[in-house]
Design a protein around this ligand. Structure first.
Ligand SMILES: O=C(O)c1ccccc1NCC(=O)[C@H](O)[C@H](O)COP(=O)(O)O
Length: 241
């Protein structure tokens, strides 16, 4: 059986690494320089980084140059997220040398464009399914964007390679992942799923690792690492079995 991939998160707002509560703008706690955080995860053995431009996601600006620098400096794989919604932002994201990008709002508001870029770029494109209940959220998780399983079926038919699934109400809350949501998404698609939001403990990671056989490929971890609930080395060890 495959090992669960771990993706430590660096979410950037106004040039700083921050954590939000339930993705809400204004709830930021700052954790310093994004590059320092990213290099610390790489040094600790991370194979992936989940790197988010929150200003681009919220429409309050851009950290594009900083994200480009972080991606270019690291040797590990980078998943780039936040505000990638058109040809220009996609081209800039891919030009950083990232391994893949994560589209959110565009998958809800620009389905034809998303179908086109999935066809062009294959597994360099993931789609973030950010949900409250089974309602998708877009525009930095501030607007409703349709029903999860309808959109999932459409994206599957278009050949989407993988999904990043976030329960918005768990994100940044350290209340544990929504395992039932992950199971339900895995049951509805044969594409790999990356779990995001709410991880608080090594037991949470072991529980997500228990879903690898159902289709979960990876887990994004943010707040738990920044708040030293466990180290990345301990997390990698916990999912190594
Ligand atoms: O990923 C986005 O585009 C995004 C947009 C708006 C608000 C938040 C967004 N992402 C948040 C994350 O990806 C978190 O880093 C991740 O879910 C980790 O959450 P946690 O482990 O609960 O801190």
């Amino acid at each position: 059986m495959n090992r669960l991939e771990l993706l430590p998160a660096v979410d950037v707002r106004d040039g700083q690494a921050v954590r939000l509560v339930k993705g809400a703008s204004g709830t930021e706690t700052s954790f310093g320089e994004p590059l320092a955080a990213a290099l610390a995860w790489q040094e600790a053995g991370a194979e992936w980084l989940h790197l988010v431009d929150l200003d681009a996601a919220f429409g309050t600006g851009s950290n594009r140059e900083l994200l480009r620098e972080v991606t270019a400096t690291l040797d590990i794989k980078v998943e780039l997220s936040g505000g990638i919604r058109d040809d220009a932002s996609l081209a800039a994201a891919l030009a950083t040398g990232c391994t893949r990008v994560n589209l959110g709002t565009a998958a809800l508001e620009s389905p034809e464009w998303v179908a086109k870029v999935i066809a062009e770029h294959g597994d360099k494109i993931a789609v973030g399914l950010d949900v409250v209940g089974t309602t998708l959220r877009g525009r930095g998780w501030t607007s409703d964007g349709g029903q999860l399983f309808d959109v999932l079926a459409r994206l599957d038919a278009e050949g989407c390679a993988r999904y990043v699934v976030t329960d918005v109400n768990r994100d940044g809350t350290l209340t544990g992942p929504n395992l039932q949501l992950l199971r339900d998404v895995c049951a509805a698609t044969d594409r790999p799923v990356v779990a995001s939001g709410g991880v608080s403990s090594l037991d949470d990671l072991r529980a997500i690792a228990g879903l690898v056989g159902e289709g979960v490929e990876g887990a994004i971890v943010g707040k738990a690492l920044y708040e030293h609930k466990f180290t990345l080395e301990e997390a990698l060890e916990a999912v190594s079995g």
